[in-house]
Design a protein around this ligand. Structure first.
Ligand SMILES: [Zn+2]
Length: 270
């Protein structure tokens, strides 16, 4: 590249930069054309794209997300093309192209990518939020935590018709998956006439009531914080009922259709 101020060829130089990106201090090494006479710094489109990717990768390393390079390498180790990875992760091939090209994946998609790339992903994980199965004991623990936060018991055999408890569980599991990469209880959810609901909830209610929560893996502080946030946002049955009915991920589903954990990205009321 020539200097626009007529100083002839500019030199390609790798610099060390520290910038605030998405609220984090990120150190990276972009490459620029520099003019020795006037000090002008410039990028052509290719450098600009590479620098953008270097910044994105540095950020991803800082916050513990897979970098573009790690995604490409992991994929090649499995001998897969982008289409095969897309299929295994249940995303479009355009997403794989974007993440490998420098676009930053969300935490929950990162968790899915990691599982897929280490060969541990099963199709079930988008139904159980990376838990591999439902824990009735943990459901009971979560309901107890909601009970404390809301000041009332939320699993009532009398409201089997709507089962508000299922909606609180829905948000707890989905938000935990979105923010922590794993659901709290491993439950699957389906779109029912009264909103998102525990899959097969009618059969589950009694088993949940009979479950021994002392056998459950204790809730982490992060999980408890999510539960308290949900309780604060939806202090009563009406408010959570209204919220779930506004969710596109629910409205766009046919009755009985599963709401997948990958839908958690698109929840708007929490
Ligand atoms: Zn110059």
């Amino acid at each position: 590249m020539d200097c626009p101020n007529n100083h002839g060829k500019m030199e390609l130089k790798r610099l060390v930069k520290e910038v605030t990106f998405r609220g984090r201090l990120v150190k990276y090494r972009p490459e620029h054309f520099v003019c020795h006479s006037c000090g002008l710094v410039a990028d052509d489109w290719k450098l600009a794209a590479n620098n953008q990717k270097a910044l994105s990768d540095a950020y991803r390393r800082t916050v513990g997300l897979l970098s573009s390079e790690e995604i490409v390498e992991g994929r090649k180790k499995l001998g897969w093309n982008q289409e095969q990875l897309a299929k295994a992760a249940s995303v479009g091939i355009a997403s794989i192209k974007r993440w490998e090209g420098g676009l930053i994946q969300t935490k929950s998609m990162d968790a899915i990518l990691r599982r897929v790339l280490t060969g541990k992903e099963t199709l079930k994980d988008i139904y159980t939020g990376n838990r591999g199965g439902i824990s009735l004991q943990r459901i009971k623990l979560v309901l107890g935590e909601f009970g404390k936060a809301l000041g009332k018991k939320i699993l009532r055999s009398s409201d089997k018709g709507v089962l508000y408890a299922g909606k609180y569980l829905f948000y707890a599991d989905m938000i935990a998956f979105r923010e922590l990469g794993q659901s709290v209880t491993g439950a699957s959810y389906a779109a029912m006439p009264h909103g998102p609901q525990l899959d097969n909830y009618r059969e589950l209610v009694e088993s949940i009531q009979a479950a021994d929560e002392s056998e459950a893996e204790p809730l982490t502080e992060q999980e408890k914080r999510i539960i308290r946030r949900i309780a604060k946002t939806f202090p009563n049955d009406q408010s959570i009922y209204r919220a779930v009915h506004k969710e596109e991920v629910f409205k766009n589903k046919k009755p009985g259709e599963h709401i997948l954990y990958t839908d958690a990205e698109r929840l708007l009321e929490m």
